[in-house]
Design a protein around this ligand. Structure first.
Ligand code: C5P
Length: 405
């Protein structure tokens, strides 16, 4: 049997980690689809409004659990006003203001995630986003003052190699080569770059056999969109299928990974502060509440204000966008439970397993072949993730077992 805290009778830690794995794949695939599908009407939905509504829904979910939690701790006939007063005091007294910082950072991260997923195929995005394991480690060491075992440092080096190999675009995508070569020359050792070249050569053989590379995903996706556009009676138009820009996607995912590590560790630090008694639901209410301000003033008014005034807040909304918003709000709650009952490292581990799900989904539904370079990079990322997340080997022998006569 599994120990630990339960919620509605289920072991929270295990259930939230497993659910996050599936939520993450579904979110990335749906988010990518929502940026590629033909827009309902003449305009695609505004991501700033989706981010704002996600926080509203997460706030509602957190408030519901907070009411449940507080009412359970009080006498059955306690009036609702007392329950709300307790929640209000917990949210707006003490160190609640501290959540304003991760709230701004998560809003930035969510904005960047939309940009990255709109410009990269889902599998590429997820593998590159594993860089957040590296940034989480760096911030865990510097902000939480924990130290990492040599095994974990080795895992991080392998991770960086794997990610850099995956980030080298396969031959044939000319528009991508400039920035990537620039970046790999700059950030990654020469030998890794050359390893990529060698693997690329070997990849030619594999490519010859499969005839498709991961880059084809966008083509296949685009064809599917056009087909569904025709099906829905919308005229075929080149402008309907947006062009993906690899450089923009790569830059966005790198910055998002940086912000993810910083914010996740900050949230964990505040949540597990022994001097504070605030529950994960109180922290989530604070986080969502403070997120509404940057989401509204920076995202909706400043970034998209002019266009929203012209087209309307809900322009381009359909059931896909609503499903995406619900799934992301649910995912935020799951992420917070993973950080609370396990930690950021376990959370990243869970989402790395979801790479395999997205990968199989893409191969099966989009008929995507993969290059050898891509496969080698992916295997390195997965191996490093398991290496990083696995238990550290204890030095010396295990204590002797006492045999009682
Ligand atoms: O990529 P990463 O795992 O850092 O993403 C975490 C996601 O979970 C972000 O979209 C963030 O907005 C969300 N989150 C949340 N509430 C928390 C922690 C994370 O909504 N307490």
């Amino acid at each position: 049997t599994m120990g630990g805290p339960t919620l509605l009778g289920m072991p929270v830690k295990q259930v939230s980690l497993i659910t996050l794995t599936f939520q993450n794949s579904a979110l990335i695939l749906l988010m990518h689809y929502s940026r590629m599908m033909p827009p309902s009407g003449d305009h695609r939905y505004f991501t700033s409004t989706a981010i704002f509504l996600t926080e509203i829904i997460k706030l509602a979910i957190s408030l519901t659990f907070a009411i449940y939690e507080v009412s359970r701790s009080l006498a059955p006939s306690t009036p609702a006003t007392v329950i709300f007063e307790q929640i209000y005091n917990a949210v707006f007294s003490g160190d609640g203001w501290k959540l304003a910082i991760p709230a701004c950072l998560y809003t930035l991260q969510n904005t960047l995630q939309y940009v990255a997923v709109g410009n990269l195929d889902p599998v590429h995005f997820q593998i590159l986003y594993q860089l957040k394991i590296l940034t989480t480690a760096i911030f865990t060491v510097t902000m939480l003052g924990r130290s990492l075992s040599p095994k974990r440092w080795v895992a991080l080096v392998i991770l960086t190699m794997g990610v850099s190999i995956v980030s080298i675009p396969s031959s044939g995508s000319k528009e991508n080569s400039f920035m990537i070569h620039d970046m790999t020359d700059h950030f990654f050792p020469r030998s890794v770059h050359e390893l990529g070249q060698v693997a690329n050569g070997m990849g030619e053989v594999a490519r010859e056999l499969t005839k498709r590379t991961v880059d084809d995903l966008s083509d296949v996706g685009g064809t599917l969109m056009k087909r569904s556009a025709t099906y829905e009676g919308i005229e075929e138009d080149q402008n309907l299928a947006p062009v993906m820009n690899y450089s923009i996607g790569l830059s966005a995912v790198i910055v998002a990974a940086l912000v993810s590590g910083l914010t996740g560790v900050y949230f964990e630090k505040v949540l597990k502060d022994p001097a504070s008694a605030a529950s994960v639901w109180t922290r989530n209410i604070q986080l969502s509440f403070y997120s509404l301000f940057p989401a509204l003033f920076v995202g909706i008014f400043f970034k998209d204000g002019e266009e929203i005034a012209k087209h309307g807040f809900f322009d381009g909304y359909n059931w896909v966008v609503w499903a995406l918003i619900l799934l992301q709000a649910f995912g935020g709650v799951l992420a917070s439970l993973c950080i609370n009952y396990a930690d950021n490292i376990a959370k990243n581990f869970a989402t790395s397993i979801s790479i395999v799900i997205s990968f199989l989904f893409s191969v099966y539904f989009f008929n995507v072949g993969v290059s050898l370079t891509f496969l080698i990079g992916t295997v390195l990322v997965l191996v490093s993730t398991f290496l990083y997340s696995g238990p550290d080997r204890k030095r010396g022998r295990p204590p002797p077992i006492n045999i009682v006569n």
